[in-house]
Design a protein around this ligand. Structure first.
Ligand code: GAL
Length: 415
C-alpha cells in the first residue's frame, strides 16, 4: 500500500511538473512568422547572439510560417486566449498592438526603455506607434518599407520598356504592351498581398495627406477621390494574375525572377530574397522603385517584440528584448532580413545595396512617412479583419461600390 501511495504521489508530482511545462529557466520561446529565407537567418543570428550572452539558455524558435503573419496571428490568438503565451511574440508597431494592450495581454515596457536609453535612440514617431496611454508596449527591431515595385531590368529591356511606371495610369498603359507580348504585367500572391497592393494603389492615387485622412476617418470611402482610386485598383487587378494567384510572397516574386511576370508590388523583405536567395545584384540583376505615384513617400512598418502577461520566463524575455533593441542585435538581424535598423544610431556602412538606398530615404528629412494598413500601423485589428473579408469578396465579384460601402460602414463600427 505504502509503495502504491509513493508511486501515485510521484506520478502526480511528475504530472504537475509536466503541467508547468517549459517553465525552466534554461530556454526562451520566441514567436514570430519568420520561416522564409533571409528572415529565418536574421532571426537565427539574433538568437545565436542571445545564447552567447546568456550561456546555458536555449533559444526556442516557435515561428509559424505564412507571410505577414497570415497563420501565426490566428494561432497566437488561441494561445493567448488559453493563457499559454510564448515568452515574447512579434507584433507590428501601430494599432495592431491595441487589442493586446486593452485586454492586458502585454506588459508595459516603459521602465526597460528608460533603463536602456531607448527613448533617445528610436525615432519619436515610431515610439508614438508603440505607446498607448503613455506606456510603451513593444521593442522595435527594424523598419520596413511597403510601397515598392520590383522588376528585372533585363525583362524591361527585352520588352522595349525604358523605365518602370511613375503613375498607375502609366502602369496600365505599359500593361497593354506587356500583355501583347504574352507576359503578366503584375504578379500578386495570396489575399494579404492583394491588400498590400490595395494600400499602395490608394497611397499612389490619393497622395499622402488623403491616405492619412482615410485611416483617420476624415475621408470617406465613398468620396470621389477614393472612388477614383478604387477604379484604378480594379483595373490594376484586372491585368494581374489574381485569378490564378497561389503561394506566398516568394512565389509571387519568383514569377518576376523567371520573367513570366514583369512587376510585383511587395515590401522590402523582397530585397533579401532577391539578393541573398536568388543571387541577383541590386540595380543590374533586379531593381526596385517606389510604387507608382509614391516617390518620396515611405509607407513604413516595424517588426517589434513584446513581453506577454504571464510569460513563463519574464526575466529572460527582457534579455531577449534588450537583444532586439541593441545596436548589435539590430545590425546582426537587419542586413539578413532586408530591413533597416529602427535605431537611429546604427552604422549606415553595414547597410549595402538596396538597404543603403532605403536608409538614405528613411533618414532624408524631406521623405514623407505614412503607415502601412496590411502590416498593422494604421488600422486596428477589427477594422483590418473587416477589410480582409470585404476585399476577399471584391476580388471575386468585382463589386467595387459594395466594397466601398462595407468598409465605410465598418470603419464606424470598429472604432
Ligand atoms: C510583414 C513583416 C515582415 C515580413 C513580411 C512577410 O508583416 O513585418 O517582417 O515578415 O510580413 O512575411
Amino acid at each position: 500500500m505504502a509503495i502504491l501511495s509513493i508511486v501515485v504521489v510521484s506520478l502526480i508530482c511528475g504530472l504537475s511538473m509536466f503541467a508547468v511545462r517549459g517553465a525552466s529557466n534554461d530556454q526562451l520561446e520566441v514567436y514570430s512568422w519568420w520561416t522564409g529565407p533571409g528572415e529565418e537567418e536574421g532571426l537565427a543570428a539574433m538568437a545565436k547572439s542571445f545564447e552567447g550572452t546568456n550561456p546555458g539558455v536555449r533559444f526556442v524558435n516557435a515561428a509559424v510560417s505564412g507571410g505577414a503573419g497570415s497563420n501565426a496571428k490566428a494561432i497566437l490568438a488561441s494561445r493567448l486566449l488559453a493563457n499559454d503565451p510564448p515568452d515574447s511574440y512579434q507584433r507590428h508597431a501601430g494599432l495592431e498592438l491595441l487589442d493586446d494592450v486593452r485586454s492586458g495581454k502585454v506588459q508595459d515596457l516603459s521602465d526597460l526603455y528608460r533603463q536602456q536609453g531607448w527613448n533617445k535612440v528610436f525615432p519619436k514617431g515610431l515610439i508614438e506607434n508603440l505607446t498607448i496611454d503613455d506606456r510603451i508596449y513593444a521593442v522595435p527591431v527594424n523598419i520596413h518599407r511597403a510601397n515598392l515595385m520590383w522588376y528585372l531590368p533585363k525583362t524591361l529591356k527585352d520588352l522595349g520598356i525604358s523605365a518602370p511606371p511613375k503613375t498607375w495610369k502609366e502602369f496600365l498603359a505599359q500593361a497593354e504592351q506587356i500583355k501583347a507580348k504574352g507576359k503578366i504585367p503584375l504578379a500578386v500572391g495570396p489575399e494579404w498581398t492583394q491588400k498590400h497592393l490595395l494600400e499602395t494603389v490608394l497611397l499612389g492615387e490619393l497622395g499622402a495627406d488623403n491616405y492619412d485622412k482615410l485611416w483617420a476617418g476624415q475621408l470617406s470611402w465613398l468620396s470621389p477621390e477614393v472612388t477614383g482610386a478604387l477604379d484604378t485598383y480594379t483595373k490594376v487587378l484586372a491585368v494581374s494574375d489574381v485569378k490564378s494567384a497561389a503561394g506566398d510572397w516568394q512565389p509571387q516574386l519568383d514569377k518576376v525572377v523567371s520573367g513570366s511576370a514583369v512587376y510585383a508590388v511587395m515590401g522590402d523583405w523582397s530585397s533579401s530574397y532577391l539578393e541573398q536567395t536568388k543571387n541577383l545584384a541590386w540595380q543590374t540583376g533586379y531593381n526596385v522603385v517606389a510604387s507608382p505615384g509614391t516617390d518620396g513617400i515611405y509607407d513604413f512598418l516595424s517588426d517589434s517584440f513584446t513581453l506577454p502577461t504571464g510569460a513563463r520566463r519574464p526575466d529572460l524575455a527582457r534579455k531577449w528584448l534588450i537583444e532586439c533593441g541593441s545596436t548589435d542585435g539590430q545590425n546582426l538581424f537587419n542586413p539578413l532580413k532586408g530591413s533597416i535598423p529602427a535605431r537611429t544610431d546604427a552604422d549606415a556602412a553595414l547597410y549595402k545595396n538596396y538597404l543603403s538606398w532605403a536608409l538614405q530615404q528613411w533618414r532624408d528629412p524631406k521623405t514623407r512617412i505614412v503607415g502601412s494598413l496590411t502590416h498593422g500601423v494604421v488600422a486596428n485589428n477589427a477594422y483590418n479583419a473587416e477589410i480582409d473579408s470585404a476585399l476577399g469578396l471584391f476580388v471575386q465579384d468585382d463589386d467595387q461600390a459594395k466594397f466601398a460601402r462595407t468598409v465605410e460602414l465598418q470603419y464606424r463600427e470598429t472604432q
